[in-house]
Ligand binder design. Structure first.
Ligand code: SAH
Ligand code: SF4
Length: 362
């Protein structure tokens, strides 16, 4: 690839073809891409990494996404739901350790009792932590009423990945069983955004049958949707899923990892001031994966606050990094020697300027 092609990212607006070319880039060109992404991050957001403590609230799930180990039909895992006190203890610990926000994540559940429960957890967390923590939810597709109630209770950010923005691929990795609809996923994202949440959208890189054009379309989708937060993880097989049983027609793990980093860098260059999560899945492939994702343009990490005894039950993919308590002397768990100049934003939510700009436009 020529140097000019390597510099393609400097173009004002990248086309689908440009994005595919950049996703194909290797070695020198890839490093130039990461360098540019890093400079954009510094220019727009500074050098701070924000922490969002992850609380894996429940692995009960009504869905059967073909790639996920927590899917309803996986009978090999013990199902759990944290007690209220376990959630509160994790939230209090997050505050004590200087986290700016927490994320409550779970399989997809619905019903009045679930809506009421999450609403009451949000209310109590806010009281117990003097309203100091940002509260993110990642609880799948819900009704507009439920999204609204949780927002009014005090959740300020919702993560719902599009997973794959093209209908064809989406339907290849989600069963057509009445619980999944491509259109409903898009509708939910729109409702989340209109309800007033900072809206987190993301995708999985390396799904079977996915092409570089699909990935380029994902970037264009997220840009046009005007997302606030982006979460991109490599696909990692779980042995108790149909995708595994069907054999994986996908990239090698290394390639998925590299593509994930390039996708992060491109999202940073294209959307500049959004938050980008360095997802834990990158550490499953590469021990310094989180740090590499930060160098490629990510600025958020999600250290795991779930009590250790439940971690075995929350394996979306295998293997997950070893379950460890957070080290209070290094709460980010990052090797900061690999990240010269970066600091950890203790006590700060790290809300995006992008979100503020988007709100001002409304
Ligand atoms: N049930 C909620 C939240 C938990 S799943 C939801 O689906 O939104 C959170 C994310 O885990 C999903 O959005 C999906 O992108 C990711 N995930 C699931 N299985 C995965 C796998 N095998 N490899 C990589 N990411 C996976
Ligand atoms: Fe359930 Fe989420 Fe896994 Fe789908 S990705 S099976 S909704 S936990």
């Amino acid at each position: 690839m020529s140097r000019e092609t390597g510099n393609l990212f400097l173009k004002k607006e990248l086309t689908r073809e440009d994005i595919v070319t950049l996703l194909r880039s290797d070695d020198d060109n890839r490093n130039m891409l990461f360098k540019e992404a890093s400079e954009v991050k510094k220019r727009y957001l500074g050098n701070t990494i924000y922490l969002r403590g992850l609380i894996e609230y429940s692995n009960l799930c009504g869905k059967n996404c073909l790639y996920c180990g927590v899917r309803k039909d996986n009978k090999k895992i013990n199902r759990y739901t944290l007690s209220d006190d376990e959630v509160f203890d994790a939230a209090i610990a997050a505050r004590e350790m200087g986290f700016g926000s927490i994320t409550l994540q779970a399989g997809e559940l619905d019903g009045q009792a679930h809506t009421d429960k999450i609403e009451s957890l949000i209310n109590t967390i806010r009281k117990l932590t003097d309203n100091a923590l940002g509260i993110t939810l990642s609880m799948g597709e819900q009704s507009s009423e439920t999204y609204k109630r949780w927002f009014e209770a005090g959740a300020n950010l919702y993560l719902l990945r599009i997973e794959a923005s093209g209908k064809n691929l989406y339907e290849k990795v989600h069963p057509v069983d009445g619980h999944n609809s491509y259109y409903l996923r898009h509708e939910c994202l729109k409702i989340i955004q209109n309800t007033g949440y900072q809206t987190g959208v993301g995708i999985i890189v390396g799904l079977p049958h996915q092409t570089l054009y699909d990935l380029a379309d994902d970037i264009i989708f997220m840009r046009d949707f005007d997302i606030d937060i982006c979460g991109i993880s490599p696909f990692i097989e779980h042995t108790d899923t149909p995708i595994w049983k069907g054999g994986s027609d996908t990239y090698f793990l290394d390639e998925r990892f590299n593509l994930t980093l390039k996708m992060i860098a491109l999202m940073r260059i294209i959307m500049k001031d959004i938050n980008i999560v360095s997802a834990t899945a990158v550490r499953s492939i590469n021990t310094t994966g989180l740090e590499k994702a930060i160098i490629a343009g990510a600025n958020i990490i999600m250290p795991n606050l779930t009590p250790i005894r439940y971690r075995e039950g929350y394996k979306l993919y295998e293997p997950k990094p070893d379950a460890k308590e957070i080290d209070r002397n290094n709460v980010s768990g990052l090797n900061l020697e690999l990240l010269p100049g970066e600091t950890i934003g203790l006590g700060k939510r790290g809300d995006t300027t992008h979100f503020q700009r988007r709100k001002n436009k409304l």
